[in-house]
Design a protein around this ligand. Structure first.
Ligand SMILES: Cc1cc2nc3c(=O)[nH]c(=O)nc-3n(C[C@H](O)[C@H](O)[C@H](O)COP(=O)(O)OP(=O)(O)OC[C@H]3O[C@@H](n4cnc5c(N)ncnc54)[C@H](O)[C@@H]3O)c2cc1C
Length: 246
């Protein structure tokens, strides 16, 4: 029987498999995922962190068991694909194994781009992209482990992470390299209103601050040093990374 391989099982992978079955195709469908969780909606992660929705609400299509049963798929959890041989129609995996396929769909989504700057991988520097990122951040906020936060990047994800910090009463500073917040999406006047709203909630906002590097102090505090020499110190730093395709 024909074997269809699907790499990555986010919303795109799920919808593609759904469409394949809806079209009446009865091929064997092997779904390879680098996680063991059902397809989820990354845009809901920050709402989960601040407690606006429960964890289960991240998963709009239900449990893996239900999806596997209803779509009749072979789900291969924690099986990241590392290599593809299109001539031989072979997939290779991180654990050294390999599988054959007849047709293939790549739906590996996007990943957060961490700027390659010194200190970006220090403990206490976060990104917000996956359900696992959200679980980690929420856990730290609930335990009161985040005493202060600096969020780098004042666009959609950064603003939502700031909202999470505000919800837990964490003193927060938001910086961005552009002239004003939401630089690519908002006129200056609109951005200034959004900034005033944040400042009314106690958030410090500083624009035209381009990150140079991050340092860790002896007491564990992190300091983000800007290209203009300005220094912002906080216990935790979250970056509003751009996302990019594979
Ligand atoms: C905080 C946040 C807010 C957002 N807000 C919005 C919004 O308001 N509106 C909007 O339109 N979009 C928003 N987005 C973007 C939106 O979530 C993505 O565009 C969408 O998730 C893309 O879906 P996808 O299925 O293509 O990829 P993904 O959801 O990224 O799924 C891809 C899957 O493939 C897996 N994978 C990757 N590589 C491999 C591999 N080699 N082997 C096996 N598996 C692999 C990944 O782990 C992942 O599970 C937001 C994103 C974030 C993080």
């Amino acid at each position: 029987m024909e074997k269809i391989a699907v790499i990555g099982f986010g919303c795109a992978g799920f919808r593609a498999v759904q469409a394949i079955r809806k079209a009446g195709c009865d091929a064997v469908i092997d779904v390879y995922s680098d996680t063991d969780i059902p397809p989820y909606n990354p845009m809901l992660t920050t709402y989960y962190v601040k407690g606006a929705i429960p964890y289960e609400a991240l998963f709009p299509f239900g449990s893996l068991e239900k999806i596997i049963r209803e779509m009749d798929i072979h789900f291969h959890a924690e099986k990241p694909v590392t290599d593809l041989d299109p001539a031989g129609k072979i997939l290779r995996f991180a654990d050294g194994s390999q599988e054959r396929y007849d047709k293939i769909l790549t739906s590996t989504g996007a990943s957060a781009v961490m700027p390659p700057l010194p200190g970006i991988d220090l403990p206490g520097v976060f990104k917000m992209r996956t359900a696992q990122d959200a679980v980690q951040l929420k856990g730290m906020l609930e335990k009161g482990e985040i005493k202060s936060a600096l969020v780098i990047g004042a666009s959609w994800v950064g603003i939502k992470v700031v909202e999470d910090m505000v919800a837990y009463g964490v003193p927060c500073t938001l910086v961005d390299g552009a002239k004003w917040m939401f630089y690519v999406a908002a006129f200056e006047e609109t951005a200034k209103r959004a900034q005033a709203d944040l400042e009314a909630k106690g958030v410090q906002v500083a624009c035209e601050q381009m990150l140079s590097h991050i340092e860790r102090e002896e007491n564990g505090q992190l300091t983000a040093v800007m290209q203009n020499g300005r220094r912002f110190t906080a216990a935790t730093i979250a970056t509003d990374c751009r996302t990019t395709g594979p």
